[in-house]
Design a protein around this ligand. Sequence first.
Ligand SMILES: Nc1nc(=O)c2c([nH]1)NC[C@@H]1CN(c3ccc(C(=O)N[C@@H](CCC(=O)O)C(=O)O)cc3)C=[N+]21
Length: 272
Amino acid sequence: MIIKIDKVLEKLEDEIDIIKSKLIKTPKMISISDNLTSATRSYLKSQKKIANKYGIDFSVIETDDIVKDLNKYNNDKNIDGIFVSRPLKNKNYQEIDIARLLNPNKDIEGLSVYNMGEMVYENEYFVPCTAESAIKILENCMDLEGKNIVVIGRSINVGKAAAIMLERKNRSATVTITNSRTKNLKELTMKADAVIVAIGKAEYLTKDFIKEGTYIIDVGINFKNGKLFGDVSKDLYDKNYYITPVPGGVGTITSTILMRNVFRAAIKNIKQ
Ligand SMILES: Nc1nc(=O)c2c([nH]1)NC[C@@H]1CN(c3ccc(C(=O)N[C@@H](CCC(=O)O)C(=O)O)cc3)C=[N+]21
């Protein structure tokens, strides 16, 4: 069974409406990329569509020197929010360099060192938006307190961030983060109330990992021969599991959260 995301979307739209009513100018975001992979193109397409929907001035900037560009745009008053695509092509920079450099007030994806630190202190404002998306969808399905949640994948922006936000005091889920070296993955996933899968392997999760009735949040965006697949096998869709679809699931909410964050950044920009 497919998990519907319309309630989560409605709540985000309400939040956007409230912020919008406080703004007098059109918020502006830029997406900077030195590496237009298929996954990045897909995200940028989604960003453009959703930015238009909410009245955000959106542009893509292609560059081969992200650090140079960030030094310029970080202090540009006309720009409210900045997105930097990953993975980076320019190997002179590490992701942590970008995370240290990006102006935290414009960090709509919540990946800067400052905002990640705030998240660990359980203060969520700009948090990694893909992880926030997965959590918002899951919270709409169940009360998380005391639930066993298995997170497959330990990436900074999804697995790690989702785990930290799930176990914080006002959610109090019991979280297991797994990785490619985990020995007894099936034993863990079989006991889970919910599984968040973010490993970037097309249709990796099959039904022998999961007991019926489990909630599955599919974060995967995998392009194979130009076609989009999630991390969950489509064999599970018509069975007794609850699954977020790809496309039209986590990705849609992620893009909407990114836009909500542009509005938040625009408010911060006024106050500066
Ligand atoms: N700094 C950074 N953060 C990211 O989160 C990031 C990134 N770089 N680089 C690329 C990947 C890929 N990614 C997608 C997210 C949503 C959709 C999405 O919304 N896709 C639509 C489908 C669009 C289509 O059909 O092409 C959907 O799922 O409904 C796609 C791709 C985020 N990534």
